[in-house]
Design a protein around this ligand. Structure first.
Ligand code: ADP
Ligand code: MG
Length: 384
């Protein structure tokens, strides 16, 4: 993989693919600017070396057409504040108007182009579209680790057409995660939670041979409990997968022994801690219980490497956040090398202010899972 030091950027126009797919609230305010902050070092590096920076990014799922709510316009002030400089913007990512804006860009200037996913050609990795994007710059840098598992025009196609390199964030993600996959300090303990086991089955399968323990929590543990013939009431489950899950059962796998249940998924719903086996027909299991936290903590304390993806419960509601909170605390307190990733997992750890205790926080959700599964990443391969 080529890195920034392989490029001479002085006076060059550098197309930089970034991940600005930030969470926004109902009023369009950016709720968490981490993804923008994460690419600042690369943009600073380029500006300090007299490059002109043209940013390419996607936002949401516009499905190949223009969606006004998914324009970058409202986030420009945030980008500008994080980068500490003016950020120019055009309401398109190819064409005459864009070419004019690029031509006007001063040395050290930053221009953000419109959502590349307004074009269906982006996801199709259409060669003509990639050519139009590539024509805007002299060099290409990819710093969008979060999109590196996709073979799109702005992540793979353009790289084939211009001298290219990984940005500093991409480089760090690849280095840290490669270390975890190839030579982690042992024992390794993995903690997997979240909503759907179907999205994490491949990860679980590829981690199992490498770990001492694999601790399951969140809704996805319900599917495993069901496969073990436990009653799980009205809890979120992927019933159709309980057969597949049976093949996965291994003595390394740990599932909850107790859970926090309620009759409604509501912040102020009355909650109870019950042993697995005592879940009633109209209960929802919404968090792991204290005995489970204790057992999981003992496993985590033995680890030299910890990999965590997926919250242990519905942490968005204070009432069901304790499991996730306690696990975060134990992970933070160990001396182990810890890696976390996943949109909700990262936001849960930040919510309790423990992000500084984690060795590496990946910016990739799906991309991190695919990397850890050992899948080929088109956006990274294109940087060879
Ligand atoms: P990540 O983004 O970290 O990979 P996921 O997207 O897989 O995590 O899952 C996160 C979601 O799972 C959270 O929004 C959380 O509310 C939900 N969740 C966790 N435990 C449960 C549960 N027991 N029942 C229902 N939803 C749950
Ligand atoms: Mg998620």
């Amino acid at each position: 993989m080529k890195t920034l030091k392989d490029l001479t950027v002085d006076n060059k126009t550098v197309l930089v693919r970034v991940d600005f797919n930030v969470p926004i609230d109902e009023t369009g305010q950016v709720m968490d600017a981490s993804r923008i902050e994460a690419v600042k070092p690369t943009i600073d590096y380029l500006r300090e070396r007299n490059a002109k920076v043209v940013l390419l990014a996607h936002f949401g799922r516009p499905k190949g057409k223009v969606v006004d709510e998914l324009r970058f316009k409202p986030i420009i002030p945030v980008v500008s504040e994080v980068l500490g400089c003016d950020v120019a913007y055009v309401q398109d990512c190819i064409g005459k108007e864009v070419e004019a804006a690029v031509a006007e860009l001063p040395v050290g200037g930053v221009l953000l182009l419109e959502n590349v996913r307004f074009y269906v050609a982006e996801k199709d990795n259409d060669p003509e579209f990639a050519k139009q994007l590539a024509s805007l710059g002299d060099l290409y840098v990819n710093d969008a680790f979060g999109a590196a598992h996709r073979a799109h025009a702005s992540t793979a196609g353009v790289a084939d057409l211009l001298p290219h390199a990984a940005g500093l964030l991409m480089q760090r993600e690849v280095e840290e995660l490669t270390h975890i996959v190839e030579n982690p300090a042992e024992p390794v303990v993995a903690i997997i939670g979240g909503s759907k086991i179907s999205t994490k089955m491949n990860l679980i399968n590829s981690l199992l041979p490498k770990v001492e323990y694999l601790l399951l929590g969140g809704a996805l543990a319900n599917t495993v409990l069901m496969a073990q013939n436990h009653k799980i009431g009205k809890s979120l489950v992927e019933e159709e997968l309980s057969g597949t899950v049976k093949d996965l059962l291994s003595n390394k796998l740990r599932v909850p022994v107790d859970v926090v249940v309620a009759k409604e998924i509501k912040e102020d719903a009355e909650k109870r801690v019950v042993a697995v086996g005592k879940i009633e027909e109209d209960d929802y299991a919404l968090d792991i219980g204290p005995d489970t936290v204790g057992i999981y903590s003992d496993c985590i304390k033995k680890a030299k490497t910890i990999i965590w993806n997926g919250p242990m419960g519905v942490f968005e509601m204070e009432s069901f956040a304790m499991g996730t909170y306690h696990i975060a605390k134990v992970v933070g307190e160990t001396d182990a090398y810890s890696v976390i990733g996943g949109g909700e997992t990262v936001s849960a750890v930040k919510k309790v202010g423990l992000e500084d205790q984690i060795s590496f926080i990946s910016t990739g959700g799906g991309a991190m899972l695919e990397f850890l599964e050992g899948n080929e990443m088109p956006g990274i391969k294109a940087l060879d």
